[in-house]
Write a protein that binds this ligand. Structure first.
Ligand code: SF4
Length: 63
């Protein structure tokens, strides 16, 4: 699974709190530390995507 963040992010910090191994706050919006999500973190990343208030976390099967 691959993850990216769209620029509609409002920097609320939920994803960083939920999965700090994958998400970090950048200068303007959140950024991802990896593109391909390690299998051990998939559940946390899916939870972050679900909880993102503006649906800015995009999960895909392909890069
Ligand atoms: S949860 Fe969504 S809006 Fe909040 S910082 Fe993460 S990507 Fe941005």
């Amino acid at each position: 699974m691959f993850v990216r963040i769209e620029d509609t992010c409002i920097s609320c910090g939920v994803c960083v709190d939920t999965c700090p191994d994958v998400f970090e706050m950048g200068e303007d919006i959140a950024i991802t530390l990896v593109e391909k999500v390690p299998s051990t973190l998939i559940e946390q990343v899916e939870e972050a995507a679900y909880d993102c208030p503006v649906d800015a976390i995009i999960l895909t099967d392909e890069e």
